[in-house]
Design a protein around this ligand. Structure first.
Ligand code: CA
Length: 399
């Protein structure tokens, strides 16, 4: 319950309280919390209450992220009290700003970026499409969360236009490669995990220590040029077909806010090695919605992911590689078993062979001018939904 008016269709009830970086006009960007259709300007509220809130005035979340779990928890408790306790109304109300009046920024400075491949449905579909004569899953897939290191510098804020990438491609029927704008530009619906507390080079982050390092999640769209990807990816994996842009949502929802939406991880068979094993591994009951030019085309379920995020971080660091404040690691495309749960157009159109209807037109991959918006909500046993906001982007012609 809160004394703040929350519109019925709002993503952000009184439980989400996601953090982001907003700007009003020419003012300096700073940290806010979202509730309903408003932003709480945190720095002046903290100042009025004599709290140490220098990090609230920073232009990124990084300083806050580095504070660690006790501070994250204390901040959440403070925010919950601000919005629940009517005694705080006089202190908070002057610092509520309508979201329509702010411009959201990239919420944190992205340190390293890793992308996993943790959905069995997605990995199987892509295997069938890219390697039709082989087993869909490669032999390592159920033994380790497969991933690659991506390009942190091209992670962009939601709303940033995406320029169609150009590159080399060669269809199987072509005798030689050609260069030009991608003809198979696609999306990947993913959940991104935001690291707050670093680890030391040479140490490992155990699956049990996941929540001591990871603050929360963003929605992530891993824009993918399938024609460039298909020609370049063997033997070293994704490169220019992915690195041109990755969009993330502006509001970071904490793992603590999502705790009521945790569900047990599905059974992993064969059993994983001890460093990935834990009988309390969890998943999140999050459902995405994918809107292509405003039309709902897919609803991927996160709860069916094969690998837990705690296992992803444990694997990422098992060789002693350290993580930094601002590291972002993404789940990989979220796809469910059903056709309308697939998290990429590659899968939805089955490699372009089975067009889908969008606004009355037959479509396979993205056209210039297309806009894709991904939203998500987490479900809890009590019936409360926790919104994760949205990530959007529009395709501009190749330069
Ligand atoms: Ca991906």
């Amino acid at each position: 319950m809160t004394w703040i008016d929350i519109p019925a269709n709002s993503q952000f009830g009184a439980e989400s309280l996601p953090l982001g970086i907003f700007r009003v006009g020419d003012e300096e960007p700073r940290m806010g919390a979202a509730i309903g259709d408003q932003v709480i300007d945190l720095a002046p509220v903290a100042s009025a209450q004599m709290l140490d809130g220098a990090h609230f005035a920073e232009p990124t979340l990084n300083a806050f992220l580095a504070l660690g779990r006790p501070a994250w928890h204390a901040t959440r408790e403070w925010l919950l009290d601000l919005v629940r306790n009517e005694n705080n109304r006089d202190a908070v109300e002057p610092h509520l700003i309508p979201q329509s009046q702010v411009t959201m920024q990239l919420p944190f400075e992205v340190a390293d970026y890793v992308d996993f491949y943790a959905s069995e449905h997605h990995a199987s579909n892509v295997g069938k499409l890219f390697r039709p004569d082989a087993e869909p899953l490669l032999p390592n897939w159920k033994h380790l969360p497969v991933g690659y290191h991506g390009r942190a510098g091209t992670v962009v804020a939601s709303g940033t236009d995406i320029i169609r990438p150009s590159g080399q491609r060669k269809a199987p029927a072509d005798s030689d490669p050609t260069y030009g704008p991608s003809l198979r530009l696609d999306i990947e619906v993913e959940l991104g995990y935001v690291v707050g507390v670093p680890s030391t080079l040479g140490s490992r982050v155990a699956v049990d220590d996941f929540k001591d390092h990871v603050y929360g999640v963003v929605l992530l769209n891993d824009w993918s040029a399938r024609d460039i990807q298909a020609w370049e990816y063997v033997p070293l994996g994704p490169f220019l077909g992915k690195s041109f842009a990755t969009s993330i949502s502006p509001w970071v929802v904490s793992l603590e806010a999502l705790e009521p939406a945790e569900v047990a991880l599905g059974k992993q068979e064969p059993a994983v090695l001890p460093y990935l094993a834990n009988d309390r591994l969890t998943n999140l009951d999050i459902t995405f919605e994918v809107y292509w030019n405003g039309e709902l085309v897919s609803s991927p379920p996160y709860r069916e992911m094969y690998w837990s995020a705690a296992q992803m971080l444990a694997h990422l660091s098992v060789n002693g590689a350290s993580v930094r404040t601002g590291d972002l690691f993404a789940s990989g495309t979220v796809s469910g078993a059903e056709k309308n749960q697939r998290g990429s157009f590659l899968e939805l159109s089955w490699g372009g062979r089975e067009p889908i209807t969008v606004k009355g037109e037959e479509r396979t991959f993205l056209a210039d001018g297309d806009e894709v918006t991904i939203t998500a909500t987490a479900a809890t046993p009590g019936g409360t939904t926790i919104g994760l906001g949205s990530v959007t982007g529009r395709i501009l012609p190749a330069i």
